[in-house]
Write a protein that binds this ligand. Structure first.
Ligand code: UDP
Length: 332
């Protein structure tokens, strides 16, 4: 089987490429390296290029006979999407449209799409299942929901089969494979907490302590990146078996507060972690927890690494080897 992984040099994409190679898939990665890292691409051919280059996409898709495409290459920072929506709509929407058009032109009709809990906006109920109202509150969420809509229309008109996987809070790492989260700048809670534990930052800021939650800090559903890869693999199997398109929320159904994450990180690392209390970050709902019953039922997805301790321990193992990874970056 041959799969094109767009964004395969990034955080989740690089874990997926590694997982696919272990399943004996031939993998080609397309990545512009704007956020990804050359040395994170394992056992795959890397094509450095952008989804903005439509002709190049046609050449790439024409030269290979891909069974499916997985698309991880999008901008993911909510705050930046509010400040610079043009960049978000261009990359997350227009560039994805280029990819879909090139796929249709070259007869590739299976697509696994990285979507997000941000398509739901402010939750009306918790946990959030697939039926929940979709009302994004920022351009990032809108851009992802628009692609989901496009995929429904493409299914009807052109026979494109797709699975949209709505990640809640991706975290953790495959440190044994030398893979982990390497955003620059980093904005996500767990890597920032662990950088503080490692002495790379003075303190972790807690954005808001007056939410309507038991300890006043925001609650999120953290899901291990390797469990997300398992879901992608199952999604691919679903598409290959001809069972049809699907939309799934991916989380563990377990909500942990920012304070609980920091406390767990203190226990896992046995390090001091200084905190700073800051005002709320705009656009943060108090609680985002997934109901993944449908993914369990239809995909057969059973997350193997659901405990927060495990997720943080794996991210910590990666954090401790990160300087080596940085040197590899410089050498590339
Ligand atoms: N958060 C925080 N301090 C930070 C980064 C994040 O308190 O330095 C909070 C953030 O407000 C949210 C939670 O941690 O409530 C998870 O944020 P993250 O950016 O990791 O993921 P998001 O939920 O935005 O996708």
């Amino acid at each position: 089987m041959k799969v094109l992984v767009v964004g395969g040099a990034g955080y989740i994409g690089s874990h997926m490429v590694n997982a696919l190679s272990k399943k004996d898939c031939k993998v080609v990665v397309l990545d512009d390296l704007s956020g990804g890292h050359r040395d994170a691409v394992r056992n795959a051919d890397l094509v450095v290029g952008s989804l903005a280059e439509r002709e190049r996409l046609d050449r790439l898709l024409g030269a290979h006979k891909f069974d499916a495409v997985m698309h991880f290459a999008s901008f993911i920072e909510v705050g930046r999407s509010v400040r610079d929506p043009a960049a978000y709509y261009r990359n997350n929407l227009i560039n994805t449209l280029n990819l879909l058009e090139a796929m249709m032109a070259n007869g590739v009709r299976r697509f696994v799409f990285s979507s997000t809990a941000a398509i739901f906006g402010e939750p009306e109920s918790s946990p959030i299942d697939e039926q929940h109202r979709k009302a994004p509150i920022n351009p990032y969420g809108h851009s992802k929901l628009m692609v989901e809509q496009i995929l429904s229309d493409y299914a009807k008109a052109y026979g494109l089969e797709s699975v949209c996987l709505r990640y809640f809070n991706a975290a953790g790492a495959d440190a044994q494979a030398g893979l982990g989260e390497r955003h620059d700048p980093e904005t996500h809670l767990i890597p920032l907490v662990l950088q503080t534990a490692a002495g790379r930052r003075e303190a972790i800021s807690i954005f808001g302590t007056d939410y309507d939650t038991p300890d006043g800090t925001c609650i999120r559903d953290y899901v291990h990146v390797m469990d997300l890869c398992d879901a992608h693999w199952l999604a691919l199997q679903r598409l290959l078996s001809g069972t049809g398109s699907g939309r799934y929320n991916l989380g563990n159904g377990l909500g942990y507060s920012v304070q609980q994450v920091i406390d767990t990180a203190r226990a896992v690392t046995s390090r001091e972690i200084a905190v700073r209390h800051e005002p709320r970050r705009p656009g943060d709902p108090a609680r985002l927890v997934a109901d993944s019953t449908l993914a369990r039922k239809e995909l057969g997805w059973h997350p193997q690494r659901a405990e927060l301790e495990r997720i943080i321990a794996d991210a910590w193992a990666w954090e401790q080897q990160r300087p080596l990874a940085r040197l590899a970056d410089l050498a590339a």
